[in-house]
Design a protein around this ligand. Structure first.
Ligand SMILES: C[S@@+](CC[C@H](N)C(=O)[O-])C[C@H]1O[C@@H](n2cnc3c(N)ncnc32)[C@H](O)[C@@H]1O
Length: 211
């Protein structure tokens, strides 16, 4: 992030309603105990996820890529009564942090953690979704989209994180990750089942609404 963008990001964070204390604790433990804490959604994007979820009041949410659970906590804030959030994580090393903080936030009944490869697990979770958050392996976004596009209720949303890939989608980078993310963005734009919007929030957040 260059200095100007960083300053804007900090200003927006400082002038937005803060996350609940449970999320400060989760963020802190993630920084202390994981090797790539920058992977978590963080306060500004997290508050955006929470607000979107509260507006939508989803009955069923799916998150692909839990990491330590920050995004899951934020999205769960807007769940309808009796609503459920499914979240899938392939790395067993963060499971103790996920479970500890779900318990601390009293979210164990609302959030179902699935451990394993999302590509195999998605087809085993039944039902349609009001809100899906793609935040797993960026090279697999196409695959997740194939599995999920027709399982979004009309009016429901697919969110996809990191779709600007540190700005590489506009800087002429030709590495495989950048090409795959750029192709994903173009593919969703061309998909007539969805209307989409890319927000330059943090590393780029795509919102695609199912017709
Ligand atoms: C960017 S982090 C997720 C951050 C989290 N969504 C948040 O908002 O704080 C991406 C996570 O996806 C997981 N992941 C990547 N590919 C996966 C796959 N195929 N199945 C399940 N999890 C996967 C990684 O292990 C990592 O923990």
């Amino acid at each position: 992030m260059n200095a100007w963008i960083k300053a804007i990001h900090e200003y927006c964070t400082d002038h937005s309603s803060p996350p609940p204390d449970t999320l400060y604790q989760l963020e802190r433990e993630t920084h202390l105990k994981t090797l790539a804490p920058q992977m978590l959604s963080g306060p500004l994007q997290g508050r955006f996820l929470a607000m979107l979820s509260r507006i939508l009041q989803p009955k069923a949410i799916l998150e692909v890529g839990t990491f330590t659970g920050y995004g899951a906590h934020c999205l769960a804030e807007g769940l309808a009564d009796q609503g459920v959030l499914h979240t899938i994580e392939g790395n067993p090393e963060t499971v103790f942090i996920i479970r500890k903080h779900l318990q601390a936030a009293q979210l164990e009944d609302k959030v179902q953690l699935h451990q394993g490869d999302a590509k195999a697990i998605i087809p085993t979770i039944e039902g349609a979704f009001d809100l899906v958050f793609l935040d797993g392996n960026k090279r697999e976004y196409d695959h997740y989209f194939d599995l999920l596009a027709d399982r979004i209720r009309p009016g429901g949303l697919i969110l996809a994180d990191n779709v600007l890939w540190s700005g590489k989608v506009v800087s002429g980078e030709q590495d495989q990750d950048t090409r795959m993310i750029d192709a994903f963005n173009k593919r969703v734009l061309a998909d007539e089942r969805f209307t989409n919007l890319i927000l330059p929030l943090r590393d780029g957040l795509m919102i695609a609404q199912r017709h």
